[in-house]
Write a protein that binds this ligand. Structure first.
Ligand code: DUR
Ligand code: ZN
Length: 136
């Protein structure tokens, strides 16, 4: 799946805009994400932390849950950004949630505030993901 460069730039901008919305009093590490649906709508997300640290919701999952809660289940492209040395790397929980809702070949662009970019896919992020089809 290939999308226009302009669309990618728009997603990067939307993910970057989310850095200001992040609720990160504990880590002080804002993360932004922007998820493009197959219908062309964009759902953005930020990380939302909690005094009970394990309840933190990452930017990627915020974007996916916003979209799914609006009835969207077909996704085309995800951008994630943060203030990292290299392209940001999604946590294991987000990789599993991506595997639930996005096709294995869906592109994921990992970037940062320095403009480093790494293009990957959902299945590269989580090879051998556990899926509902695995349950007999
Ligand atoms: O891809 C990532 C990596 C980290 N975080 C968040 C979780 C937590 O709020 C902070 C530090 O781990 O960054 C994300 O939202 N997405
Ligand atoms: Zn995560």
């Amino acid at each position: 799946m290939h999308i226009e460069e302009q669309k990618v730039e728009d997603l990067i901008q939307k993910a970057t805009d989310m850095l200001d919305k992040a609720y990160v009093p504990y880590s002080k590490f804002p993360v932004g994400a922007a998820l493009l649906t197959k219908e062309g709508e964009v759902f953005s997300g930020c990380n939302i932390e909690n005094a009970s640290f394990g309840l933190t919701n990452c930017a990627e999952r915020t974007a996916i849950f916003k979209a799914v809660s609006e009835g969207k289940k077909e996704f085309e492209y995800l951008v994630v950004t943060g203030d990292t040395d290299g392209p940001i790397s999604p946590c294991g929980a987000c990789r599993q949630v991506l595997a639930e809702f996005c096709g294995p070949d869906m592109p994921v662009l990992l970037t940062n505030n320095k403009g480093n970019k790494q293009i990957t896919t959902v299945s590269e992020l989580l090879p051998g993901a556990f899926k509902s089809e695995d349950m007999v």
